[in-house]
Write a protein that binds this ligand. Structure first.
Ligand code: ATP
Length: 365
């Protein structure tokens, strides 16, 4: 800690002392020419909560974030922070901290001056600015890099500076737009854990845009899955994965078998077994369907008269994916504990066994 910093409120304390704000998006609509980017998006993040926006390219994640930041106007809808509608508040008065995919640091300023920059706009005296920026760099593990310019730092370090800069102004809400996607895999995982640690410690309400499902599932309190500008489901990572509300969520998050079957009395009959079905609005009530079944819920038994033949085995560390072909040509993936998978070699006839949990079905494909 620098001498000057002792004259100000330590930033770690001052940021932490700010209670997280509640963020609410209501009926956001936005189109660009003929493209409807947001189609009535509703979403909430509670105080101190990290909510990820997850969805395929073009589903409106960045547009939603930019509208919250005030960098883009909505055609319709409202954004509330602590129940105050901020739609007509200009971006620089919204108290949002933002980190983008590209590091977007000022190339001619040191790490310290980059972090201090936003504080100057807020009218803080030079000494207090440097002190606070120094503390943010300490918080993000960058003290020894304070004097470096962006081109002298790694991507991960630059993104930490961007994070420190966003946090320096004690934002009510932190907005992260794919902040890790330009980094290599190892740094990505490390930095996402650091972001989560910092976010939890500071209790700052955060929206995190990503198209990487593993990232969303691992970092979030809740994950909001978007599709074509609408919210499909917003729930905890475990709920999103184990109880997807819609076939879209089921298919988008994690891998999924699509097995043809016959729906009768709330159960789907498949080659090798019967599974209970979750009824969702608009889903079929009977007849030929496609069942969505997670590979880790499929088990296999050796059976010379079984309806499937092993065609491929792929070792993935703790789990081995055994792929079989059903007699109708459908591929069936089973993720087995590697210790149990050794004897499932190509050519073996097997009978699939399914877990007891209900699955979603689609109209037959
Ligand atoms: P990605 O993961 O690829 O970044 P996204 O989910 O963040 O996608 P958005 O960037 O919000 O999606 O874009 C949503 C839709 O709106 C896309 O079809 C995009 O092409 C369109 N769009 C977004 N911004 C503009 C713009 N300024 N002008 C024209 N079209 C735009």
């Amino acid at each position: 800690m620098t001498t000057a910093s002792t004259q100000t409120v330590p930033v770690a304390e001052s940021v932490a002392a700010t209670p997280g704000s509640a963020l609410k998006l209501r009926g956001l609509r936005r189109s660009f020419g003929g493209v409807l980017a947001l189609d009535g998006l509703d979403l909430e993040a509670g105080p101190g909560e990290l909510v990820s926006l997850l969805g395929p390219s073009g589903c409106g994640k960045t547009t939603a974030l930019r509208i919250v930041a005030g960098l883009q106007a909505a055609d319709e809808g409202q954004v509330f922070v602590d129940d105050k509608d901020i739609v007509s508040v200009p971006a620089h008065k919204r108290d949002m901290g933002m980190v983008f995919q590209s590091y977007s640091l000022f190339p001619n300023l040191s790490a310290l001056d980059n972090v201090a920059f936003g504080l100057r706009l807020r009218g803080l005296a030079a000494r207090a600015r440097r002190a606070r920026a120094g503390e943010l760099l300490e918080l993000t593990g960058l003290t020894e890099h304070a004097a470096k310019f962006p081109h002298e730092m790694s991507g991960g370090q630059q993104q930490r500076v961007a994070l420190a800069r966003a946090l320096a102004v004690q934002p009510k809400v932190l907005l992260l737009d794919e902040p890790l996607s330009a980094l290599d895999a190892v740094v990505r995982v490390q930095l996402r854990e650091e972001i989560r640690g910092l976010q939890t410690r500071l209790g700052i309400t955060t929206l995190f845009v990503t198209h990487d499902q593993e990232e969303a599932l691992s970092i979030s309190d809740r994950v909001a899955v978007l599709n074509e500008g609408k919210l499909e489901q917003c729930a905890t990572p475990a709920e999103i994965y184990t109880r997807p509300a819609t076939p879209f969520v089921a298919a988008f998050v994690g891998s999924m078998n699509r097995i043809p079957g016959e729906l009768r009395d709330g159960k789907v009959e498949l080659a090798g077994g019967v599974i209970p079905v979750v009824a969702t609005p608009g889903s079929p009530t009977g007849g030929p369907v496609t069942a969505l079944v997670r590979p880790e819920t499929v088990h296999l038994a050796f059976d010379d008269a079984g309806p499937a033949t092993v065609v491929r085995v792929s070792f993935r560390g703790p789990v081995t994916r055994v792929t079989s072909l059903l007699t109708d040509g459908t591929e069936l993936h089973a993720d087995l504990a590697s210790g149990l998978a050794e004897e499932f070699t190509p050519g073996r006839r097997v009978r699939p066994l399914y877990g007891p949990d209900p699955v979603l079905v689609l109209a037959a494909e």
